[in-house]
Every structure is written in structure tokens, then in C-alpha cells.
Design a protein around this ligand. Structure first.
Ligand code: HEC
Length: 193
């Protein structure tokens, strides 16, 4: 009996050994795969971080939101950009945040006195340099401009105040990015009756 049992024991332990080896190998395999996966995950993270880091450097909001007006940015048939369409597609909430750059000089609530710049309530469609409580303070350049603050005029002025109205008293570098201006104007449009 003892004699005939031995081969079985041997076979048994060989099997156990095999299972252990196979098991161990696939364990190593799994570890290996996890390892190979890692650099890639780290890479995508780096890329995202790099993108996030470069965004504030340009003074830009993350591309996702401000680019919302994307398709509308196509030049209008006349060759110029259709500002009204851009503004219509603008993001009011984002524009409101952007407007924070204006409030140091501009009040914007109905009836509030003007600050160092004229109150901007009811701005869209208003005659240029027409606010009574600011009449004495408008620059000669602004008074000479004439016309109304249409969305197009506002867009040009905000892009570069000193180019649109040479000699203006408004010291503001300008907001060059189209989607940001569209968002800002979408918000400014809401400041009216
Ligand atoms: C540093 C102060 C300052 C900042 C910041 C500023 N403005 Fe002005 N703004 C002025 C002054 C001063 C005037 C009057 C300019 C003139 O008479 O030439 C003015 C005039 C204007 C006018 C003409 C209004 C009218 O009654 O004809 C508009 C429109 C305007 N600003 C929009 C803006 C917007 C939008 C922003 C933010 C993106 C902004 N401004 C930021 C100071 C400022």
C-alpha cells in the first residue's frame, strides 16, 4: 500500500508546484501590467496639468467654457465678425465674472452715481458720452466720438479703448479675446430695464 501511494503523492506535489508556479507567474504578469499602465496615466495627468497651467498664463479662462461661442465665431458674410450672434451665444455667468475688471471704475446698478468712470447701466444702445452725471468728466475724445454704444462699437472699444477712441480717459489694456468679450457683452446687455 505504502509503495503504490508514493507516485500519487509525487504527482500531487508536482501539481501543487505547477499551480503555484502558474499562479505566481500570472501574479507577476498582473503586477507587470499595472506597472506598464502607470507611466501613461502619469503622462495624461501631466498633460492636463500643463494645459491648466498655461491657461491662466494667457489671462484666459479654461478653454472649455469661453470657447462655447466657437461655431458662431465664423466671419459673417460681409467679412466682419457678427458680434450680435457672438454675444447671443455668450455665457452671461462667465461674462459677469469678467465684468469684475470693470467695477473698480464703473458702477452698474440703475441710478447709482458714476464712479471714476460712467455708470454702465443701460449701456447697450445708449448714446456715447451721454450720461448726465458724468457730462463734465467725459474726455474730449469721447464727446467727439458720437453715435451709440451698439454691440459692435462696444466690442471694438473693449478690445482696445485707446485704439477705438484715441485720447480716451479710460485706462484699460483691452480684452483681446473674442469669446471673453462676447461673454462680457452678454452680461452687460442684461444691465438694462
Ligand atoms: C481704470 C478705470 C476703468 C476701468 C478698469 C474700466 N473703465 Fe470704462 N471708463 C473709464 C473712464 C474714466 C471712462 C470715461 C472715458 C472717457 O471719457 O474718455 C470710461 C468709459 C467707458 C465707456 C463709455 C461710456 C459712456 O457713457 O459713453 C464704456 C462703454 C466703458 N467705459 C466700458 C468699460 C468696460 C466694459 C470695462 C471692463 C472691461 C471698463 N470700462 C473698465 C474707466 C475705466
Amino acid at each position: 500500500m505504502e509503495h503504490s501511494d508514493k507516485p500519487l503523492v509525487v504527482v500531487g506535489s508536482v501539481l501543487v508546484a505547477l499551480i503555484l508556479i502558474v499562479g505566481f507567474n500570472s501574479f507577476i504578469d498582473i503586477k507587470d501590467k499595472q506597472h506598464k499602465g502607470q507611466p501613461e496615466a502619469g503622462y495624461t495627468l501631466e498633460k492636463k496639468e500643463a494645459a491648466a497651467a498655461s491657461a491662466p498664463a494667457t489671462g484666459d479662462a479654461p478653454a472649455t467654457g469661453d470657447a462655447a461661442a466657437g461655431p458662431a465665431a465664423e466671419p459673417a458674410p460681409g467679412g466682419s465678425v457678427d458680434v450680435a450672434a457672438l454675444v447671443a451665444a455668450g455665457d452671461v455667468a462667465k461674462g459677469k465674472k469678467r465684468f469684475a475688471r470693470c467695477v473698480s471704475c464703473h458702477s452698474y446698478k440703475k441710478g447709482d452715481p458714476s464712479k471714476s468712470g460712467p455708470n454702465l447701466y443701460g449701456l447697450v444702445g445708449r448714446d456715447v458720452a451721454s450720461l448726465p452725471d458724468y457730462a463734465e468728466k467725459y474726455s474730449a475724445a469721447m464727446k467727439a466720438k458720437g453715435g451709440q454704444w451698439t454691440l459692435e462699437e462696444l466690442s471694438a472699444f473693449i478690445t482696445s479703448p485707446k485704439k477705438a477712441v484715441p485720447g480716451t480717459g479710460m485706462i484699460f489694456p483691452g480684452l483681446k479675446k473674442e469669446p471673453q468679450r462676447a461673454n462680457l457683452l452678454a452680461y452687460i446687455k442684461t444691465l438694462s430695464d
